[in-house]
Design a protein around this ligand. Structure first.
Ligand SMILES: [Zn+2]
Length: 306
């Protein structure tokens, strides 16, 4: 079997055949020959005419200990639809990228699961490459309709750089997907999200879950006053345990149900329930009790912290 045939079967590059294989100091360089003669502009327009031609390399997934490069001719085309000269799009790489789609996809997959340093050491790429790839792929995969049909939202913050910086994360509870992320944890961040949502989509929101941090409550009251605010049971239970003026009460307003029984006994059962599965109706009732009855002097800022 010829070496080009073997690489053809191994790599299965979309839209091209393996034409040559060279073992060089930089790694294995695989020359490609295009299957189609038409050039495709990033806008989608196809044309046989070209403005000029050059040779380009794209970094692919490593083969064993060797770096692997795909090399092919790439044309610039004078696109009538774009009214300017643009570089054509190739099937194995995204427009403007110097990495193949496969390598970019692996970087993006790893970026969701591990730290940047590990990715750099594993794939032998630079920090800048990882950052640029993640930025490109997020922009590429960001769903423009993610802000439509939001009925049940959740908001929380996550810390980075050892707790010195925060990201505010807003999720759609109906499908579990993140719909908004912004730096910082203050009312301006949440207000920015509601501004992007607009008044019509804000009016559709039925409920929002959060911790007991007060910074979220003012923007919610101003933008989604109709939505039920559901506090995280973890923070509600912590208030009960940590606030002295509540701990001393015999008739504890946080304990549900309040009819009969000793408050501590009821609290134990409540804690057990919250640690596993607490019915949503019960969580909403509990949140309402807390917001109505906890004195301002006893309220905690909430948030598990870093
Ligand atoms: Zn075009």
């Amino acid at each position: 079997m010829r070496v080009s045939t073997a690489f053809n079967r191994i790599l299965q590059v979309p839209g091209a055949w393996v034409d040559s294989v060279e073992f060089m100091e930089a790694g294995i360089v695989v020359g490609l020959r295009r299957r189609q003669r038409q050039h495709v502009c990033p806008c989608g327009r196809r044309s046989r005419a070209r403005y000029d031609l050059s040779r380009r390399r794209w970094r692919h997934l490593d083969m064993g200990r060797c770096a692997l490069w795909l090399e092919a001719d790439i044309a610039r085309i004078d696109c009538r639809r774009c009214s300017r000269v643009r570089t054509e799009q190739v099937p194995w790489a995204r427009p403007g990228a110097r990495l193949t789609r496969d390598l970019e996809d692996v970087i993006a997959w790893l970026a969701q699961r591990t730290d940047k340093t590990s990715i750099c050491r594993l794939l032998r790429v630079s920090w800048q490459t990882v950052h640029r790839t993640v930025t490109l792929l997020v922009a590429d995969h960001l769903d423009d309709n993610r802000l439509d049909n939001l009925y049940r939202l959740g908001i929380d913050e996550i810390s980075y750089k050892r707790g010195h910086h925060y990201l505010t994360v807003i999720a759609n509870h109906d499908n579990g997907r993140v719909v908004g992320v912004a730096k910082g944890r203050n009312h301006r961040v949440l207000q920015g999200f509601f501004d992007a949502l607009g008044p019509d989509r804000c009016a559709q929101v039925e409920a929002i879950s959060m911790d007991l941090a007060k910074v979220w409550q003012a923007p919610c009251a101003a933008n989604i006053p109709q939505a039920a605010v559901c506090f995280d049971p973890f923070h509600v239970i912590r208030v009960r345990h940590e606030v002295p003026c509540l701990r001393g009460r015999v008739r504890d307003p946080l304990v549900l149900p309040r009819s009969g029984g000793h408050s501590d006994v009821a609290l134990v059962s409540l804690t057990r329930v919250s640690g596993m599965v607490m019915p949503r109706s019960r969580r909403v009732r509990l949140a309402q009790e807390v917001s109505d009855r906890v004195p301002p002097s006893c309220s905690r800022s909430g948030g598990r912290g870093p």
